[in-house]
Design a protein around this ligand. Structure first.
Ligand code: AMP
Ligand code: MG
Length: 457
């Protein structure tokens, strides 16, 4: 059993003092957690662009809600606890490797400051399942601000009509954006709040080189948390077209596509809400249209804020946007490691251009950009060590490296959890360099086979 003591403490849930056997009984589903009322949720979704009206928790099970000591409300959910009415042809089970993958990825994202579902426990069930090869089965316990998805709204609009969509909207506002319950047009206010939360979220993904991999509308939350860690990955070598999902053959969800896909998904939310928006105020349909038309600027403002942080810029100056965009344009083809590159940029403040140059195939091509960046820094004088520390606080050193993670998951399925727990410790403290953790920041050996993760199913 893997158990997240710190998270249990934050949520006010019983910890190891009740005994590991008791925790394992609860979090494997063998014994019902006191007070829980399990339910599988229905939703619809656009999967790779195609609408699927009847989806739902096929291998997940909502256990109930908990209120943390600070008053925040969370859903507790199992993944891999068996078949439900929405399992279709699936077995409702989860492989240990997939469960551990979601656990580590979500905890890494939380440590990186990205809104995300969290992971409380992984317990092996003792059974085995077949996913191209045999795997031990496990149950993951996930914690989320809620499990409302864009697909939940698509379900209401498709199957239940206007009144259900309005009620769902009011429920979502009360749960995630209570200040907006007074808005003149509540469905429009919800659309804007989700558009804003998703813009902020995807900007953070882009700033960290995170590729979600399956941005179907059923995997997009209303709360703005990252959800459903299947074939996701952090990019190693930077390229706008990096794709990680083996099921994403057309590259629909490639790194550089994520903002555009996010907007496409928001259009699906708008479609599901449009009747409710119109009935609250006909003229507001136009407001919704403009909101989505202008969404790229909204997203871009978040992206630029993230980039200023990454580049060590505290104030706003004209030209910052071009400076950031030019960096990415110049990096195409440089085979630069996305994570180490920004770390090296921070180090260059105290150690000079060479440490940045070492990350590049053709440093000469980046030299003029580097000089421009230096000129820009001079507009807001700060001592180099202070600025480098500020950059190191947003540019991580330890991210879940794909090949290393897959090796750790393979070892875990074979009974050795040590590589996994070592990596979990490193990615849970991603910013400060620790002696002995060099292997977690190491760039995978060049020439290694291109990494492709598999869908968690
Ligand atoms: P995903 O894109 O991984 O979030 O999953 C898409 C849909 O497939 C969801 O509705 C899941 O509930 C369902 N699903 C995935 N894996 C299984 C499984 N092993 N058994 C039943 N349903 C599943
Ligand atoms: Mg999903």
């Amino acid at each position: 059993m893997l158990f997240n003591d710190a998270l249990a403490g934050q949520l006010g849930l019983p910890g190891r003092s009740v005994g590991e056997g008791q925790l394992a009984a609860w979090y494997s589903g063998a014994e019902r957690i006191p007070g829980s009322e399990p339910a599988a949720l229905a939703y619809s979704g656009h999967q790779f662009g195609q609408f699927n009206p009847t989806m739902g928790d096929g291998r997940a099970l909502l256990l109930g809600e908990i209120i943390a000591p600070d008053g925040a409300r969370f859903d507790l959910q199992f993944k891999g606890s068996g078949r439900t009415p929405y399992s279709r042809g699936g077995d409702g089970m989860c492989a240990l490797g997939s469960a551990l993958r979601e656990y580590l990825m979500s905890e890494a994202m939380a440590a990186l400051g990205v809104p995300t579902t969290r992971s409380l426990a992984v317990v092996t069930t003792g059974s085995g399942i077949w996913r191209e090869q045999p795997h031990p089965a496990a149950v993951l316990t996930r914690v989320a601000a809620s499990h409302l998805r864009i697909g939940t709204f698509e379900f209401a609009a498709t199957h239940q009509g206007l009144e259900a969509a309005q009620r769902l909207c009011d429920y979502a506002l009360a749960r995630h954006y209570p200040a907006l319950l007074d808005a003149a047009n509540r469905p429009l206010a919800l659309l804007e709040a989700v558009a804003e939360a998703q813009a902020r979220l995807v900007a953070k993904w882009m700033a960290l080189g995170f590729v979600h991999g399956v941005m179907n509308t059923d995997n997009v939350t209303i709360s703005g948390e990252t959800i459903d860690y299947g074939p996701c990955a952090f990019i190693d070598t930077y390229s706008d077209s990096e794709v990680f999902s083996s099921i994403d053959r057309q590259g629909r969800y490639a790194y550089g596509q994520q903002p555009a896909v996010c907007r496409w998904n928001l259009y699906q939310l708008a479609s599901a809400l449009i009747e409710a928006i119109a009935s609250a105020g006909g003229a507001d349909v136009e407001t919704a249209r403009v909101l989505l038309e202008d969404w790229p600027q909204r997203y871009h403002a978040h992206w630029l804020r993230e980039m200023r942080g990454k580049l060590g810029l505290a104030a706003k100056h004209d030209g910052d946007d071009t400076l950031a965009q030019d960096l990415f344009a110049l990096l195409e083809g440089q085979q630069a490691d996305f994570t180490m590159l920004f770390r090296a940029l921070g180090s260059s403040l105290t150690q000079g251009f060479d440490i940045f140059a070492a990350q590049l195939l053709e440093p000469d091509k980046l030299q003029p950009w580097f000089a421009r960046w230096q000129e820009r820094l001079a507009l807001e004088p700060l001592d180099s060590a202070t600025r480098a520390a500020a950059m190191d606080a947003v540019n991580p050193l330890y991210i879940p490296r794909n090949q290393r993670l897959d090796a750790a998951l393979g070892a875990a399925e074979a009974g050795d959890l040590i590589p996994f727990t070592g990596m979990l410790a490193a990615v849970s403290q991603p910013f400060a360099a620790q002696p002995g953790w060099e292997e977690y920041s190491a760039i995978p050996a060049s020439g290694s086979p291109r990494h492709v993760t598999f869908c968690g199913t």
